[in-house]
Design a protein around this ligand. Structure first.
Ligand SMILES: [Fe+2]
Length: 154
């Protein structure tokens, strides 16, 4: 059996943007996805009793909805700040949020209809960790810096 490589982010693995509300949201998200990842791994583990499968499916669904809601809230807080400070590349950044939000919505929808754990695991362990790191490094840090330089105080 081939071993699937899983990336599990820790709060130490992501860069600080040095704006408290954004760092807090990133840490919370990392924790939510870590909890989700543990559920997925347990679900994939063949040692799970078959009568516990439904319970795990339900737990995964609840965690996915928590993640989706958290993402909606944190993206909209960032979007609001960008508007407030008139951030020059706001359109690009909000577009990136929109695209990612649609990806998460799609993954939740697919999970709810198909319970395809392989697809979900690939998103959670492969796509998303890389996306978050790249997004923070390329967009969030710059935006937070611009906000502080332009007088934003939390
Ligand atoms: Fe962002």
């Amino acid at each position: 059996m081939s071993e699937i490589l899983k990336t599990i982010l820790e709060t130490d693995s992501i860069a600080r943007v040095n704006l408290a509300f954004m760092d807090k949201a990133h840490f919370e998200e990392v924790q939510i996805v870590k909890d989700l990842g543990e559920l997925i791994t347990a679900y994939q583990d063949e040692t799970i009793e078959s009568d516990a499968t439904g319970q795990y499916e339900e737990k995964i669904t609840v965690m996915l909805i928590t993640w989706l809601r958290h993402t909606i809230a944190s993206f909209s807080a960032e979007n609001e700040l960008m508007q407030q400070i008139n951030f020059p590349t706001m359109q690009l950044h909000t577009q990136e949020h929109e695209t990612e939000l649609n990806r998460i919505k799609r993954i939740v929808r697919l999970w709810k209809t198909d319970k395809n754990i392989t697809l979900l695991a690939d998103f959670v362990f492969n796509f998303w960790p890389n996306w978050l790191i790249a997004h923070i490094n390329s967009m969030d840090i710059m935006m937070a810096r611009f906000a502080v330089m332009n007088g934003y105080r939390a």
